[in-house]
Design a protein around this ligand. Structure first.
Ligand code: DAH
Length: 354
């Protein structure tokens, strides 16, 4: 095969090879194969030196033509393939701006939290501090320091979950009172509010739960009297159940208060006429309270001759049930989204809802 035939053969085989090429990587390999340093064309051009001037001229011309042809064709194809690849990439990465975005599901506030925050807000505005206490409590704080020594019949009122002889799940939030008094080393006035889980051995039904929430308040200062307690609880009742609520004080008994009282509010549903919510009495019981017992003050390190105080405690579930018309306490713990979603819009406009 002479050189001219060789060139013709190279161009033919290039034309055959190129038909199967459809990406830029293979195209590069083709460029190396047909135009690179070790290509057959390059080999022929290296041999040019050994030829006569006439032969050189003739072969040089055909060599250039073959080179130009392959080069031109490769360049054209490079452009074509690049464009094709870009279009494919763009199509693949295309963003459909009309597609709906990812929806973030926002949670709603739990009804217990709504009520707790409403109460805390009121008391914080009156200068109370918000305190926390342990749920796993010592018998000492849960009972002893609240004037309920071992063997006291009042212990039977609160069927308790004991963990050890001396530790139990707190049966009420009142132990925080004892802790607050002891922790106050200067024995200065105290104004605190505390909420959280409490536990009692109860069989769960529509109105009982072995785990529930309470909120507790304690105010200790000089010259605190029953009228301070009454004024405070009146404010609380109005905040929770509307401006037109009245309160009624009934005498009661708690070992840690003397005197002890219970507070009823005028029924928000029938305004004292009598209905199923107030069991036809016109009044609804909402909390227990009283003047802190001198023994409790003394055990907390406060001189009952100088200081006096009031305290109150209530169940948050009961308040939320009354406020939102919920008839089964178990709804609070079932995590049913249909129940929880109903509280989406209640917050903030609930005060006068009933
Ligand atoms: N701890 C009481 C209970 O669980 C509620 C209570 C009554 C709390 C009177 C008080 C209070 O602080 O003064 O039934």
């Amino acid at each position: 095969m002479d050189n001219n035939e060789k060139l013709k053969y190279i161009v033919d085989s290039y034309n055959k090879d190129i038909k199967t090429i459809d990406d830029s990587l293979k195209l590069n390999e083709m460029r190396v194969k047909y135009l690179g340093k070790k290509s057959e064309i390059q080999e022929i051009s290296l041999n040019l030196g050994s030829l006569s001037i006439e032969e050189k001229k003739e072969l040089g011309k055909s060599l250039n033509e073959a080179k130009k042809y392959i080069e031109g064709d490769l360049n054209r194809l490079t452009e074509e393939i690049k464009n094709k690849e870009l279009t494919t990439k763009l199509n693949k990465e295309k963003i459909d701006l009309t597609l709906p975005g990812t929806k973030f599901e926002l949670g709603t506030k739990h009804p217990i939290s709504i009520v707790r925050e409403e109460i805390e807000e009121l008391f914080v505005s009156m200068g109370y501090d918000v305190l926390d206490g342990p749920e796993l409590e010592e018998d000492l704080y849960n009972f002893e320091m609240l004037n309920i020594p071992k063997g006291h019949p009042a212990r039977d009122m609160q069927d308790s979950f004991y963990i050890t002889e001396e530790k139990l799940l707190r049966t009420h939030t009142s132990p925080v009172q004892a802790r607050a008094m002891l922790n106050n080393k200067e024995k200065s006035p105290i104004r605190i509010i505390c909420s959280g889980y409490t536990y009692r051995k109860d069989n769960d039904d529509a109105t009982h739960s072995h785990q529930f929430h309470q909120i507790e308040g304690l105010f200790i200062d000089e010259n605190i009297s029953m009228s301070d307690l009454k004024g405070t609880l009146e404010l609380l009742s109005k905040k929770l159940f509307g401006e037109s609520r009245e309160i009624r004080i009934r005498s009661s008994y708690f070992p840690f208060t003397e005197p002890s009282i219970e507070i009823d509010i005028s029924c928000f549903n029938c305004n004292k006429k009598g209905c199923s919510i107030c069991k036809n009495s016109g009044w609804i019981e909402i909390l227990g309270a009283g003047m802190v017992h001198p023994s409790v003050l003394r055990m907390g390190g406060y001189d009952p001759d100088k200081y006096s105080g009031f305290a109150f405690g209530m169940g948050l579930e009961r308040i939320a049930m009354l406020k939102f018309g919920i008839n089964d306490v178990r709804y609070f713990y079932s995590n049913d989204i249909r129940f929880l979603n109903q509280f989406n819009k209640i917050e903030g406009d609930s005060n006068e809802s009933k």
